[in-house]
Ligand binder design. Structure first.
Ligand code: PEP
Ligand code: MN
Length: 336
């Protein structure tokens, strides 16, 4: 439930309410605005407790949170969450463009494409070092060597690094190299992994599972936040439907829905969302039009030679054209 305090209420009254909630076994989270304090309380709510709190000095009203997600909900925290990554901020009204190949394939190739996407307007780099492949016989990634290459690319370009974490046993290793840890679609409901990521102090990019409802996806974010890490960035990457012209069906309605239901930023992956490079720029534009906070896009110097996801990878030149269009659209939307 949420306790909305009266405007400019004295600090002691806030403390009294906090104390009472803690006595009743609630976990308490304060959200202090300029004029108003809102207290989020997670625990077993009964009508009697709600009535008792509502009669306390300084309390304006007690509002039950009816949604199954609490700490991710907009009711719990009205101000949008912004996630700082290096010099960039996700969720502050800017469009962050994360770009790079599906997988880190080697030193020279990655360092080259990293500089190419930077000069085309990327604000962060992506590249998988640990790859979740459908077949155990497909390329699985360069593992820790890949992380070292990513860190070197950050040193050269100054751009922050996003890379996937699949295994809770190596969180510390991955976290020591990357700036944002990506939970891939296939691990969205790996609750043990989510809980462990909740204990670390790094932003988490949470991809939507291919068969996950929006509510299940927000509940996955709730696992991370309730374990202590509020720096969650949602990522729509397409869901499985009957349509098989595209690899997945990119559900762009998720963008305004996530904004309506939660305080979390959301980015869109039109590469995995479509599986076809020709659809990436149009869907990137649509995603920006829908109000997302950024894009994550696969780019490869030579898509036909890529070790994974070549058909959905843009060339650096096509990526540059996409970024131009996206920036113009975003600028026009800001003027509105
Ligand atoms: C990826 O970003 O390379 C990836 C594997 O994405 P997803 O988990 O969305 O399939
Ligand atoms: Mn990929």
């Amino acid at each position: 439930m949420i306790i909305v305090m009266e405007r400019l209420v004295p600090e002691e009254q806030i403390k009294m309410v906090e104390k009472k909630l803690e006595e009743k076994g609630f976990n308490v989270h304060l959200s202090k605005g300029v004029e108003r304090t809102i207290i989020g309380a997670i625990g077993e709510r009964t009508q009697a407790i709600m009535d008792a709190i509502e009669t306390m000095a300084g309390v304006e009203k007690v509002v039950p949170i009816v949604q199954p997600f609490k700490m991710a909900s907009k009711e719990f925290k009205t101000n949008p969450t912004t996630v700082r990554v290096g010099d960039q901020v996700i969720g502050d009204g800017s469009i962050q463009v994360i770009a790079g190949p599906c997988a880190v394939e080697g030193w020279d190739k990655f360092l080259e494409v990293a500089q190419m996407v930077k000069s085309a307007g990327a604000t962060m780099l992506r590249g998988g070092a640990f790859k979740p492949r459908t077949s155990p016989y497909s390329f699985q990634g360069l593992e820790e060597e890949g992380l070292k290459i990513l860190a070197e690319a950050r040193r050269i370009t100054g751009l922050p690094i996003v890379s996937e974490i699949m295994d809770p046993r190596i969180i510390d290793i991955v976290a020591s190299y990357v700036d944002v840890m990506q939970v891939g679609a296939r691990n969205m409901q790996n609750f043990f992994l989510l809980r462990e990521l909740g204990k670390c102090n790094k932003p988490i990019l949470l991809k939507r599972g291919p068969s996950a409802t929006i509510e299940e996806w927000i509940m996955a974010a709730e696992y991370i936040i309730s374990s202590g890490n509020e720096q969650v960035i949602m990522c729509e990457r397409g869901i499985r439907t009957f349509e098989n012209y595209t690899r997945n069906t990119l559900d762009l309605s998720a963008v305004p829905i996530i904004k309506q239901l939660t305080h979390l930023p959301i980015i869109v992956d039109p590469s995995h969302g479509t599986g076809k490079w020709k659809l990436v720029a149009p869907m990137a534009m649509a995603a920006v039009g829908a109000g997302c906070d950024g894009l994550i896009v696969e780019v490869h110097q030579n898509p036909s030679e890529a070790m994974s996801d070549g058909p959905q990878s843009l060339t650096p030149e096509n990526f540059r054209m996409m970024v131009d269009k996206v920036q113009k659209l975003h600028a026009a939307m800001k003027q509105e």
